[in-house]
Each structure stands twice: as C-alpha cells, then as structure tokens.
Ligand binder design. Sequence first.
Ligand code: NAP
Length: 358
Amino acid sequence: MTATSAPSRRIPVGVLGATGAVGQTFIRLLADHPWFEVAAVAASERSAGKRYRDAAHWLSGEMPARVADLMVTACDPASVDTQIVFSALDSDAAQEVEAAFARAGKLVLSNARNYRMDADVPLLIPEVNPDHLGLLPIQRAARKWSGAIVTNSNCSTMVIALALAPLHEAFGVEQLFVTTLQALSGAGYPGVPSLDILGNIIPFIGGGEEEKIESEPLKILGVFEHGAVTPARMRVSAQVNRVAVEHGHTACMSVKLATAATPDAAMQALRSWKGAIAALGLPSAPAEPVMVTMERDRPQPRRDVNAGGGMSVVVGRVRTDPILDLRLVAMGHNTIRGAAGASILNAELMFARGLIAV
Ligand code: NAP
C-alpha cells in the first residue's frame, strides 16, 4: 500500500441533517478538509429555505463563513446536487431519505442506525474492516441502486470496537461486559433537559442503545468471505448511562479472551496496533487509532477527548479481571470518532480505493 494522492480538485459533498449536533461536526471538520468541500446542506422542513446561519443553532466556536451563507434545502436528491452525501439524519427520517439518495445514484455515508445491521451494508471502520467494502457490489445488485449506503457505528460501539480490535486480533475476544458513561452531545441538540441531568446519572438511553452495543461490534469484527460478513463469535452484555459530560463516551470493559494474556501483553498489543490503513495517508486517520495511557486515573473525557484530533480512542487502566481475563477503560469523542469524523474517514478510504470519482 502507498500513500494516496489527493484529488485534483476538492470534491463537492452534501450534508443531510446539517443543522444537528453531528451535522455541525461535519461542517466544522469539512471546513478545512483537503479533499472534500461542503456544497449543499439539507435538513427538515423546519430549516429548509433558510440560510444555514439562521437554521442552525450553532453549538461550538465560529461557524465556517462559506457554509453560513448556504441555503438549507429539503433532504431530497433533486435539491442536493452532489455525488457524495454525508448523513447526520435522525433515524426517523433516515430510512426513506437515505434509500432515495442511493437509488438516485449517490453515495450515502450514514450515521443513522437504520441500515447498519443489514447484511449487504458495510458497517465500516477503516482501520478494522476495510474489506467489508466488498459488500457494495452485492448491495447494488440486490437493491438495484446505482448509488450505495455505507454506515458507521453507534458512537459507543466505535469506542468499544476500536479498543477490542487489537485484542481480538492478538488473543480472540470471547465475552465482554461493558458499562458506558455517555456524554450529553450523544443525545443531539437540545438533547436531555438540563434539570434531568445536572448532578445526575440516567441509567437509560433510548433507541436500543444497549442492543446496538451488543450487536454492532460482532459485525464490525466479523470476517468478510464469499460475499458476506460472518459475525465474530463473541457475547456482549451492555449497560448504558447518560452522564453530565459534554463530549466523550467512556466504556468500562471486562473481557474474556480465547488465549489468556497478561495486562502487559494486552497493552503491548494495543500500543503496537496501527490498523489496516496506516500506509494510505488518509487526511483524517490518526497516527494512533488506539492510544494507551499509563496514568492511573485516565482516560478522562475532559483531558483526553481530543486525542488524535478527536479520532483516537484512549485506553487505560488495563489490569487483570478477577472473574474474566482483563479489565480496561476506553474513551473516545462521540461526535468526531463516533460520528462525523468516522464518516469522513470512510469517504477518504473509498476515495483511496477508487470508489469515488472526481
Ligand atoms: P440532532 O442534533 O437531533 O439532529 C438531527 C438532524 O436531523 C437535524 O439536522 C434535523 O433537522 C434533521 N431532521 C430531523 N427530522 C428530519 C426530517 N424528517 N427530515 C429531514 N431532516 C430531519 O441529532 P444528532 O445527535 O446530530 O444525530 C444525528 C444522527 O446521528 C442520528 O441518527 C443519531 O442517532 C446519529 N449519531 C449521533 C451521534 C452523537 O454523538 N450525537 C453519534 C453517532 C450517531 P432540523 O434542524 O431541521 O430539525
């Protein structure tokens, strides 16, 4: 593998759900992106017909000036005239809208849960399972779409799957008990009412959060062969909590391994893991997809959430588990690595693989 040459000109992209928490993260991350530029923004009928500056309740820093003046359109393929579409749509809207775009020949890179577990849809983490893009011809043939849908995982799944991938490769992960502490930005905007969450922990997150964490890692870590993904043989038990943190989901994990490993061996496996795309030189790929901290009280969202530009998962407290084999804590940025940044990295991989025409 060699480093990827940049496109001869920046590729225009659209953002669906551009006004929400994840949509805004797309706008921020794409503002200075070397390969892509935002040419279209779309959202619900509440926002359509307004300038982006008036439609979006901007949450962080300066709104990129070029996008501020764009007119927000409805989420239909006729209004969004780009080949590449990043979707940050609410799942209620994503089912029909994303299919309509794929049918119209667009490549949809989706954050919504709707298509993630469909057998012919890649649930992609470039460092972990780039070969799952092999599902695309199967998807196009089965659905008669000239475009396609490629998904990234639930935001907690992303943290968990990246932390597990090196351990699964080295030792085989058979069982996982995981408890998450999930940031408020994971609930979108306006999200959880302040009086419900200030000084509080809510041990429930709707939308099938626990079920997603119990199923998505198996597909991500599964093997693509003979045109299908065979899920990893792993059992997962998840408990989720919403906590009063702005950004950064934390996952406290206990794992049972097929081959026993000491904490030192596990840390070595985590530290040396660079993932499958290190040589491609993709703009959003962090040098270390998994960082290991030796500090006894890390990772912490406030201190570690922006590691690797928000694209690295930080793992710490790797130690022996008295019931299973190992315990560890992993943390990652939910709207960057767990959402918009992940989608953008997926698009970069697809460009590197020649799946996006300039
Ligand atoms: P959000 O802040 O509530 O934003 C939702 C976006 O969807 C808004 O732009 C909204 O537009 C648009 N929308 C809602 N209903 C629509 C409709 N009927 N037609 C067209 N557009 C519609 O939510 P979010 O947190 O950004 O999440 C977006 C998606 O990413 C969800 O599927 C979520 O599950 C997923 N996700 C979120 C995170 C995270 O950390 N937040 C992580 C991973 C995945 P208006 O502003 O016009 O209402």
